[in-house]
Design a protein around this ligand. Structure first.
Ligand SMILES: C[S@@+](CC[C@H](N)C(=O)[O-])C[C@H]1O[C@@H](n2cnc3c(N)ncnc32)[C@H](O)[C@@H]1O
Length: 386
């Protein structure tokens, strides 16, 4: 079977609470979704189609192509099943591969053991068929086989991505508490931004949100920054398919005349890093960077713009007292200076968010890998509300 041209079940994973935005992206690329779940979507596609998905999706983590589902009570069942799979048709010769897994089975208290049994099955099978032993390791730089095993239901996939797609590859200098690129992109999708009006991002830190906004408006895709994916390391890979998809990424970039993306931070170091990161992403010419207090940020008047801030959440008590004032000032600034805009505050501290003192029109749930977060939306009226 040539997995590049055979339609199979594909699971695209994402971070918790970003699924609706991933679903929308996948549909916009022309694929029908069969099922959605908390951390991903399921559809039908070939591995060649997975190439397009890998290069284009902003909210995804991995694109997994299913090889086989089976019942497994314990790790020996996994081994005994997988040694019957024709790995010699999937892995190139001499071949390097890695195993990843997501395991929740009562016989397993260490995922590494499940990974080891998958690895043993693949190596034993390939050695038996070819007389040579493929090499393995933890660096996701070659072929990647993924085991999903919940209770007695196991499914084995080729992970066509390898390293996570959630990092978009351009950002070189992280700064303080940077947002993950896939999360930043999902939160921008969640706003009411028309991708033409001004996008104003004070407290920009390393610039993730402003950079993602510039990339979304101009249709620059994460694949522009990455040259290695796991789909390149399987038998049957046709580089021409990748090169065509890659060339499309350049062709589909659009110019947005008059686009204004304004990014400020009171830290000169943050702005210096954000500017370097924007250069790496090829969007430095689209973002106006300034070192200033958030309240000195220019708000272009008489347009339905977006004001988006991601203030610190505060963990220590002294910090929280100081941040209460900052959140309250953000509320005052939005009310007094951002008439006609939609204001957004992305925060993991809902107590602090109360200090904003405005009524949120939406409270959109997100999750950093450890903190329950909200993107709070404020409709900011210009003049008197009728
Ligand atoms: C949580 S970080 C933002 C992280 C950013 N979203 C990223 O992905 O890198 C908050 C930023 O707000 C900045 N900041 C804090 N108080 C500020 C103020 N009063 N005016 C301007 N910037 C401020 C800090 O320097 C820091 O870079």
């Amino acid at each position: 079977m040539n997995i590049y041209t055979t339609t199979g079940t594909v699971i695209i994973t994402c971070h918790k609470r970003t699924m609706p935005y991933l679903e929308q992206e996948v549909k916009e690329l022309g694929y029908a979704i069969d099922e959605t779940f908390v951390t991903g979507v399921r559809l039908k596609a070939t591995v060649n189609e997975c190439i397009r998905l890998n290069l284009n999706l902003r909210c995804a983590s991995q694109v997994l192509y299913s090889l086989r589902s089976f019942k497994a009570v314990n790790a020996d069942d996994v081994y005994n099943n997988l040694i019957t799979y024709p790995w010699e048709d999937i892995l190139p010769e001499p071949g390097y591969f890695s195993i990843t897994s997501n395991v929740n089975n009562e016989s397993i208290n260490n995922n590494m053991y499940a990974n080891l049994r998958v690895k043993d099955a693949i190596i034993d099978r390939v050695r038996d068929k070819r007389g040579t032993r493929p090499s393995t390791g933890s660096a996701l730089t070659g072929a990647v086989i993924h085991l999903f095993w919940k209770n007695e239901d196991a499914e084995v996939f080729v992970d066509t991505s390898g390293d996570s797609l959630a990092r978009h590859g351009y950002r070189k200098i992280p700064g303080q508490a940077p947002m993950l690129e896939s999360l930043a992109a999902a939160t921008i999708y969640a706003t009411r931004w028309d991708r033409v009006s001004p996008f104003v991002n004070p407290m920009c830190g390393s610039g993730t949100v402003a950079i993602e906004a510039a990339m979304i408006a101009t249709n620059r895709r994460p694949g522009l920054f990455r040259t290695n994916y796991a789909f390149m390391h399987l038998q049957g890979y046709d580089e021409q398919v990748y090169l065509q998809e890659d060339a499309l990424l350049e062709q589909q970039i659009v110019e947005v005349p008059g686009l204004r993306i304004i990014a400020t931070d009171y830290s000169a170091r943050a702005i210096e890093n954000a500017r370097k990161n924007a250069v790496a992403a090829g969007v430095a010419g689209l973002i106006e960077f300034t070192v200033c207090d958030f309240a000195a940020t220019e708000i272009p008047p008489n347009v339905p713009g977006i004001f988006y801030v991601n203030p610190e959440y505060g963990e220590r008590l002294g910090e929280v007292a100081e941040l209460e004032k900052t959140y309250s000032r953000i509320g005052d600034f939005m009310k007094q200076k951002c008439g006609g805009y939609f204001g957004y505050v992305f925060t993991g501290n809902l107590e602090l968010a109360k200090k904003i003192g405005l009524k949120a029109t939406r409270r959109i749930e997100f999750y950093t890998s450890i903190i329950d977060c909200r993107l709070l939306e404020y409709e900011l009226y210009s003049g008197k509300r009728s």
